[in-house]
Design a protein around this ligand. Structure first.
Ligand code: MSP
Length: 570
């Protein structure tokens, strides 16, 4: 193994950046903005050009290209996209969403070789399916990163050199159990012998994931993770990990002690990766490589003082619960080592299961997301995944549940309310809107109670979104639409022309307000609702979701079936 080097390659900004970081450094954890700061971020500071000084920056995990995407991957993408679109709805016109593919590592190397393909060609082929999925799911990403991109390789090598320069990397012999599937080492205490039901053979597996591990004994580079225990524990006191449900187990694991982390593999074992700068006998550990993708997109290494303008730190990293350790322990520790600002939130979601077992390629119980989108439509899939997917618990996937929810919440909810109110207005919906906004429609106590529910809805939804909880936000919107059909039914506006005035105005307001709020979740259906009610495109942002705030819509509204019967077999 070559000795460690302190020198830099001639990368732009290298020495200036180092000087800048030294001069400006404050305790990194002091720079972390917790949920309170996230909340206040709603009042954007916009420059004269109309752009926020720092883009709001959301990321998905980058997806391994060893296999085709499944519905679990789609879920991570949709949640991140909903967060982006929500922020845009609030009026922020400088929002960045990053997604992409994780293409290095033993797992990809082995998958390409098993497919008998050149590794880069294999990555190109599978990366394309993730790009296709993002398009099919209407994920409005700004950049699709690949870890095989040359700019990313440069960023990773630079990141490594900075860690090395600051004395956080050393060489040592490493022994442990490595799981190729999880791309991680496990200590002895975290593996056990298990019987493989398929072969009847005993094999060592990770206790946490059940994935097979192999013994490895090698000399490689280590990162001084143990030096960051106290600062990590401080960090967890902020709103860094959302929901807080996951904080406890992370705090427990970090409190019990952190071992230094092996961050390279001998090149004779792992060729498919980024070489350690100055030592091509070693390849950089795939997770160090992968995590840096979030910085690469923001233009790392940053020109001095430019990090925030370019987007760093990320506002939200969306991740599944299986990759919490990498994002909540390793990633902030790497960043702390370089005094880089820390991401504001890591938003953790649960898993999609099939028959209560995690949907995963290695188990084979996966749902092809392209088939699901073709079958049910992109908005219905986005709706179902967001509505039923869990943050603190897992959710079981079943086509019958999608059909049930479609009928119960979409057809009988907003679809029915739109249809019936337009029908009852008999082509005069606009007149009801004009009369009510002119103050000519008296309201009964029932109308007032319903109106107050509509008035509160945007704030309730906003509060959930500020807590990074799109599921509860969507559930509140759906509850409001169900209350709307009940209100219509109980008020029986078709019987009494006097009462019809207020009820039909409230119904129109319900469609307009829920249509606006649904845009981040179901962009196409929400547009259909707003088009149907002739809501001007300039009045579809969050501030327009206020009750009675738009006197101008509703001209020439005609009946339309928003949620037709599904052409599917059950
Ligand atoms: N490549 C790493 C992430 C690196 S991020 C710097 C990885 N890739 S993955 O393809 O295995 O998983 C990508 C995302 O999909 C993760 O957030 C993971 O939790 C999520 N899911 C994978 N299977 C899932 C389910 N069955 N259900 C929900 N999400 C799941 O990990």
């Amino acid at each position: 193994m070559a000795t460690l080097r302190g020198g830099f390659r001639a990368l732009p900004w290298a020495n200036q950046l180092l000087a800048y970081q030294r001069a400006s450094w404050k305790c990194a954890s002091c720079k972390v903005a917790g949920s309170a700061a996230f909340r206040s971020a709603r009042r954007y500071t916009t420059t004269s050009e109309g752009a926020s000084s720092k883009p709001y920056y959301v990321t998905t995990p980058i997806f391994y290209v060893n296999a085709a995407p499944h519905v679990g991957h789609l879920y991570s993408m949709v949640i991140a996209d909903v967060l982006k679109r929500w922020r845009t709805l609030l009026g922020d016109n400088n929002v960045q969403l990053l997604t992409g593919t994780d293409e290095h590592g033993m797992k990809i190397q082995q998958a390409a070789s098993a497919a008998g393909m050149d590794t880069q060609a294999f990555c190109d082929m599978n990366c394309k399916t993730f790009q296709d999925l993002a398009k099919a799911a209407e994920v409005d990403y700004n950049h699709f990163i690949r870890t095989t991109d040359p700019a990313h390789k440069e960023a990773v090598q630079y990141f490594w050199e900075m860690l090395q320069h600051r004395g956080y990397i050393y060489t040592a012999k490493h022994e442990g159990w490595y799981s190729v599937s999880d791309e991680t080492f496990y200590p002895q205490s975290q593996v056990h012998l298990s019987l493989d039901p398929a072969t009847g053979e005993k094999r060592m597996v990770s206790i946490e994931t059940g994935k097979e591990v192999e013994w490895s004994s090698e000399t490689n580079y280590h990162f001084r993770l143990s030096a960051f225990q106290d600062r990590l524990l401080e960090l967890y006191k902020t709103g860094f990990i959302a929901p807080s449900h996951y904080r406890h187990s992370v705090v427990k694991a970090v409190s019990s002690g952190l071992s230094d982390l092996s961050i390279s593999r001998p090149a004779e074992r792992l060729t498919w990766g980024i070489s350690v700068p100055g030592d091509n006998t070693q390849t950089i550990y795939v997770w160090l490589d992968a995590l840096v993708n979030y910085l690469t997109k923001a233009g790392y290494p940053f020109p001095p003082g430019e990090g925030a303008r370019l987007g760093w730190p990320a506002d939200v990293h969306v991740v599944g619960k299986d990759i919490v350790r990498f994002h909540c322990v390793y990633w902030p520790a790497f960043l702390m080592a370089l005094d880089l600002p820390l991401p504001r939130n890591v938003l953790v979601h649960g898993h999609w299961t099939m028959n209560r077992e995690k949907m995963s390629k290695s188990t084979g119980n996966v749902v092809n997301p392209f088939f699901a989108i073709d079958r049910f439509g992109v908005d219905v899939m986005r709706f179902f995944l967001t509505y039923q997917g869990g943050f603190t618990s897992d959710a079981d996937y079943d086509n019958a549940h999608i059909i049930r929810d479609y009928r119960k919440y979409l057809q009988q909810g907003i679809g029915n309310a739109a249809h019936r109110s337009i029908g009852c207005a008999g082509g005069n919906l606009r007149t009801y809107i004009v009369n009510a906004t002119a103050g000519n429609s008296p309201a009964t106590p029932e109308d007032q109670a319903y109106q107050s529910m509509l008035e509160q809805l945007p704030t309730k939804v906003e509060e959930h979104m500020e807590k990074l909880n799109p599921r509860d936000a969507l559930q509140d919107i759906v509850r409001a639409t169900l209350k709307t059909t009940k209100y219509f039914h109980n008020s029986a506006p078709w019987k009494d022309p006097e009462q019809r005035q207020r009820v039909l105005f409230n119904m129109a307001e319900a469609m307009r307000i829920t249509g606006i709020l649904l845009q981040p979740f179901m962009p196409n259906k929400a547009k259909e609702v707003l088009d149907l009610f002739r809501v001007d495109t300039s009045k579809r942002n969050f501030s327009a979701a206020r009750y009675a705030s738009d006197p101008d819509y509703g001209e020439g509204v005609e009946k339309k079936i928003l949620f037709p019967p599904l052409l599917v077999e059950e």
